[in-house]
Design a protein around this ligand. Sequence first.
Ligand SMILES: N[C@@H](CCC(=O)N[C@@H](CS)C(=O)NCC(=O)O)C(=O)O
Length: 241
Amino acid sequence: MVAPSKDISTETMSQIAKSKDNKYELLYFPFHGVLPALRAMLAISGANYTFTHPVDWTKEKPSTPFGSLPILYETDPASGHTLELAELSAIECYLGDKYGWMGDNLWERAQVQMYHSSTQAVFDKWVTTVVRAPKEHKAQMTDIYMEKILPEWVEYHEKLLMGRGCNGHYVGDKFSIADLKTATTLDNLISMSGDRFLSREKTPAIFAVYDAVEKMPKYAAWKSSPEWKAYDELNKKLFGF
Ligand SMILES: N[C@@H](CCC(=O)N[C@@H](CS)C(=O)NCC(=O)O)C(=O)O
């Protein structure tokens, strides 16, 4: 865990944030958790980055902004100054802006955030309703998720992507963090529900997004790396998906 610089102005921070030559450290637990899209963003960015894990989380927690992970540390090699950014969606949008994955204008950016947020929500609901449910309510909460929450996300996203021409993108004809969030979340959703709701036959438009992301060479390389597989293994062992 790098110590963030506290004695520099927000103007200096903003200058540092503009550079693509900075070194990133992304701190999170050693499983996928909520990070598949964020880790993939760094993996495909071409940036200089490392993925690190807490050594003793109980001790480290109080010195983090909100007592939770992920946190992105970004160090400017010239000055040695380090910026610290917490909160998953804030980090994803920040990197999305930096690498051109937020659409091409203000309205497209808002649309990208809208689709990204809807998909993040369907995953977060799985965590809050099912993963964190007390043992005696788990089956009931799983039913609620499978009968209502997931099918609703599937139905609405399939319909809107069909309406956009089923071209593999949520906004325009360009890759964005909305596409990436759906592709990475789909791995989890399929792991939870098999082909009950999601398949190339039932949801071709959602799969067009998935396939477009999977075809990106840097993304494919990241997903077949030993590091990705180690996160996947621990995720399945701890959470079953
Ligand atoms: N609002 C935070 C929530 C992140 C979160 O829930 N992190 C969990 C892991 S997925 C965490 O840090 N848990 C450890 C703890 O709360 O002590 C975000 O979006 O980044």
